[in-house]
Design a protein around this ligand. Structure first.
Ligand code: SF4
Length: 261
């Protein structure tokens, strides 16, 4: 597992303590079009093709199963938030169900941790029973998947589908990563009653593109109405007086929720 550096300007993922990747590689080929027309590729793909090339000898689109890391959460005794599969999509259609079951079994055994699962293939969530310590989340649609552009209508349809699937999945925490927030997504999430949401700006290398303030306001209004906890990514330009870094309320004691951050 990789501990996330969040203090002193570290480049880690702010909303988690560790990333854990029993499955690696992804063939969703997500891309995001920036407001200036440039296109950003998936960050995990960039990492896999550059600094972590040795771990992806057959490229990022290949499926890698790493059973040797399965017991890592069990060895970590300090209750932590663990982002499940930052370098893949565990619910990807190519991932064998037996592997997913093994991963979820470890989550079940490591009941003192909170596992943060995120997918762009929501319908596959129907196939599994999630332990109460797995937060089941979906990501806002990118501009391109599988090498094809998603029209705005297709993006909206994807969000509706995600909300529909989440409403039928049994999970203690249902959540959404709205990063980047690239259109006014709030009307599509009405009634989703998520427990948690992460909101962020778009980035392409060192360049950041802020969402329209109205899009953020509309989301905050909806999430406040539906009692959804909100976490702002550090790349969002937002007044510190109304900054949010909240996590979902869990039926656990404070000590269980103690974070290593
Ligand atoms: S699903 Fe995640 S890991 Fe896969 S290409 Fe998209 S952003 Fe990257």
């Amino acid at each position: 597992m990789n501990k996330q550096k969040k203090s002193s300007g570290g480049r880690g993922i702010e909303w988690t303590d560790f990333t854990w990747n029993p499955v690696r590689g992804c063939n969703h080929a997500c891309r995001w079009e920036m407001p200036d027309g440039t296109v950003a590729e998936c960050y995990a793909e960039t990492v896999a093709e550059r600094v972590a090339q040795h771990a992806y000898p057959n490229g990022f689109e290949h499926h890698y199963w790493n059973p040797h890391v399965l017991n890592e959460p069990l060895k970590l005794k300090l209750p932590s938030r663990i982002f499940l599969d930052s370098m893949s999509d565990l619910m990807g259609h190519w991932v064998p169900s037996e592997e997913i079951d093994q991963v979820l079994n470890v989550c079940r055994q490591a009941h003192w941790h909170q596992f943060q699962l995120l997918t762009k293939n929501a319908p596959r969530l129907w196939e599994f029973d999630f332990p109460p310590n797995v937060w089941v989340g979906v990501s806002a649609p990118p501009s391109f998947m599988f090498g094809r552009r998603l029209s705005h209508t297709q993006q909206k349809r994807m969000v509706k589908r995600q909300v529909d699937v989440l409403s039928q999945v049994h999970a203690a925490v249902k959540w959404m990563s709205v990063e980047p927030l690239s259109f006014d997504i709030a009307p599509l999430l009405k009634g989703a009653h998520l427990q948690w949401a992460v909101i962020g700006a778009a980035t392409n290398g060192p360049k950041t593109y802020q969402p329209e303030p109205d899009w953020v306001e509309n989301l905050l209004q909806l999430f406040d109405d539906e009692e959804t906890a909100v976490f702002f990514k550090g790349n969002l330009d937002w007044p510190s007086s109304s900054w949010r870094e909240d996590f979902p309320a869990l039926p656990l004691s404070e000590s269980d929720l103690f974070s290593v951050a």
